[in-house]
Design a protein around this ligand. Structure first.
Ligand SMILES: O=P(O)(O)OC[C@H]1O[C@H](O[C@H]2O[C@H](CO)[C@@H](O)[C@H](O)[C@H]2O)[C@H](O)[C@@H](O)[C@@H]1O
Length: 373
């Protein structure tokens, strides 16, 4: 016998076994027999199992590498100057400042209803070490409140909806928490075109017990890593790397992966020094944006201009939806060049506030003008 095969009992178990290495090894002769009529089984070679493990490992390394690359401590000063000068100049040509292009943006809104979508962390509030202390300023709250007076406005966040509501505290907004998997309409304010009462939508509710379980398992698994923080976002979980010594990032990512191997219905995505665990359902911030437009009565309408402002990879799903629809535009909040589907850029939350203030001022003046006619 020169070769052995691995026999497992369905495709989901294949993935599970590949990660656990809890595999049944049988001789080639047995594995090559046709499947038993009552039990489904497939054979995979040891080579394939090893390949899967290698893929997993390189995925972990890729996450950690990209987190490192975006960490300012890893940019050598000499490199930083030359790279940012050239790259930034050409990037900004492709994604000009939304403040500088304000008049152009406003011109494209003629005859259309602007609908505002705002991410929370890094967009309305500055990034801080402690996720529980990511407060928005009173000035930003006032700006968002004014925006919501004139335009339907939604907060779309990876946070759990209740938590983001506690930070924002404005009842007149739509809130899409857990990356859009928990949507609720405003308890006050206009109902726009639909005339519907408050919207509630939770496409991943069946995952609640699983998310709770994985949250507890992650807490337990990562408690040996100083600085690691696990945040329960109701329909998803965040594992924070920000306060963890970079030397431990790979082992923390492996801890996360080792918990996840038992949950094939969950997947991992990456944000700003955070790994996010969420259901494999086809739902993201882009789908949430489309759902909200439909709920507001703007499905298949050409007289609507959705504007989405966000800073994170997960916001790219929404930027892409707008780009694909050829309707409205995304604004990326970033000081450094990044691959993005957004049309415009803003450097930081203070510029987001300036943009919102200008939008409100423009709307107020144009309404005054209309009333004088
Ligand atoms: O969609 P968002 O509203 O941008 O939420 C994405 C994640 O944001 C939070 O983490 C980020 O902000 C923290 C506070 O500034 C920071 O400490 C962390 O490093 C960032 O990744 C939030 O805590 C996560 O749960 C969200 O998934």
């Amino acid at each position: 016998m020169t070769k052995q095969n691995v026999v497992v009992h369905d495709t989901r178990a294949v993935a599970k076994s590949a990660l656990n290495m809890a595999i049944t090894v049988v001789p080639q002769s047995a594995a090559s027999k046709p499947p038993h009529p009552t039990g489904r089984y497939i054979a995979i070679s040891r080579k394939k199992v090893i390949k899967k493990l290698e893929i997993e490992r390189s995925r972990i390394n890729a996450w950690v590498d990209s987190m490192r690359a975006s960490s300012p401590t890893h940019l050598r000063p000499t490199v930083r100057v030359s790279v940012t000068t050239d790259d930034h100049a050409s990037w900004i040509l492709r994604h000009p400042s939304a403040l500088r292009m304000f008049d152009q943006i406003i011109n494209s809104s003629k005859g259309k209803q602007i609908v505002m979508f705002l991410d929370y962390d890094g967009t309305l509030s500055p990034i801080v070490d402690d996720p529980d202390r990511a407060f928005m300023s009173e000035q930003m709250r006032a700006a968002v409140k004014q925006v919501a007076k004139y335009f339907p406005t939604a907060i779309v966040s990876g946070r759990c909806r209740d938590k983001v509501y506690r930070f924002v505290r404005l009842a007149e907004l739509y809130y899409a928490g857990s990356h859009g998997m928990d949507i609720k309409g405003p308890t006050k304010g206009p109902k726009y075109r639909t005339g519907k009462k408050a919207v509630i939508f939770q496409p991943a509710s069946e995952f609640l017990p699983m998310i709770d379980e994985v949250y507890k398992a992650l807490l337990e698994k990562t408690k040996s890593t100083p600085g690691a923080k696990v945040e329960n976002n109701k329909f998803c979980v965040s594992v924070h790397f920000r306060c963890v010594d970079e030397k431990r990032w790979t082992s923390l990512a492996e801890q996360v992966r080792s918990v996840l191997k038992d949950y094939p219905k969950l997947r991992l995505t990456q944000g700003r020094k955070v790994l996010e665990i969420r259901p494999t359902i086809k739902w993201d911030k882009g789908k949430a944006l489309e759902f909200l437009l439909d709920s507001l009565g703007f499905a298949n309408c050409s007289d609507v201009l959705p504007v989405y402002i966000g800073d994170d990879r997960t916001d790219e799903d929404a930027f892409k939806v707008l780009r694909d629809r050829g309707q409205g535009f995304g604004i990326l909040v970033s000081k450094t060049p990044k691959d993005t589907n957004a049309s415009y850029s803003l450097r930081e939350p203070s510029e987001v506030k300036d943009f919102l203030d200008r939008l409100v001022e423009w709307k107020r003046l144009s309404m005054e003008e209309l009333s004088r006619m």
